[in-house]
Ligand binder design. Structure first.
Ligand SMILES: C[S@@+](CC[C@H](N)C(=O)[O-])C[C@H]1O[C@@H](n2cnc3c(N)ncnc32)[C@H](O)[C@@H]1O
Length: 206
């Protein structure tokens, strides 16, 4: 079983903690480079295209690939939050974040209400990780009008009923856009090479 299949088969935050503790040191080389993982860049581009501004919180930041992409696009006030300290330790070495801290998106994050001007999240709304139940916590920590850019695995979107979840948010969000994009680039191989994500942007309502 590949690391990716193991990740998709996780069931709880404790499962995630164990897997990412062991995967942190090899994630960038074996997974991101090996699979030509382009999704973090797509999320950063979508955030900018939607008019996103800082301070930005990268949720499920992992080893910091989306933070690096945001930095390359000129964003310099970006914080990182992840369940796994080991993943954040790798992210810290990249110098793309102002502050890095652990937190669980499925519980209450260690962040005051309306702290951030924007949110990005790449690769974390997916099988075995977090589902639409995390959207409330995402909205709590951003200011009204903030841009939020999330990648949501396309199969997970259907399985977890994101259409209904976004409908249920009503006026809590505005300007919803959804664009289906490839998670991996042309160099990817294997059964997941053609997997798709719905890169989604919206604003927190007033
Ligand atoms: C596939 S990795 C994506 C990392 C990075 N954003 C990227 O695109 O490379 C998923 C990350 O989500 C984190 N994660 C999983 N469940 C989480 C939760 N409940 N709260 C916060 N982070 C979580 C994992 O620790 C892992 O670092």
């Amino acid at each position: 079983m590949t690391d990716l299949d193991s990740a998709y088969g996780l069931e709880t935050p404790d499962d995630n903690l164990r897997l990412y503790r062991d995967w942190a040191q090899s994630y960038d080389q074996d997974f991101a480079e090996g699979m030509d993982y382009v999704l973090p860049l797509r999320v950063a581009e979508a955030f900018r295209a939607a008019g996103g501004h800082g301070p930005v919180l990268d949720l499920g930041a992992g080893t910091g690939l989306c933070g690096v992409a945001l930095k390359a696009l000129g964003f310099d006030a970006v914080d990182a939050c992840d369940l796994s300290q080991e993943m954040l330790d790798v992210a810290a070495e990249k110098g793309a974040y102002r502050r890095l801290f652990t937190g669980n998106m499925l519980e209450t994050l260690p962040v005051e209400d309306a702290t951030y001007g924007g949110i990005v999240s790449s690769g974390t709304f997916t099988h075995g990780h977090v589902g639409p139940e995390a959207l409330g916590e995402v909205l709590r920590v951003v200011a009204p009008g903030a841009v939020i850019a999330l990648s949501i695995n396309a199969e997970h979107w259907v399985a977890q009923g994101y259409d209904s979840a976004f409908d249920a948010l009503g006026a809590q969000i505005t300007d919803l856009t959804v664009r289906e994009q490839r998670i991996y680039g042309d160099a990817a191989t294997g059964p997941h090479a053609g997997d798709l994500s719905r890169v989604t942007t919206f604003r927190k309502g007033a």
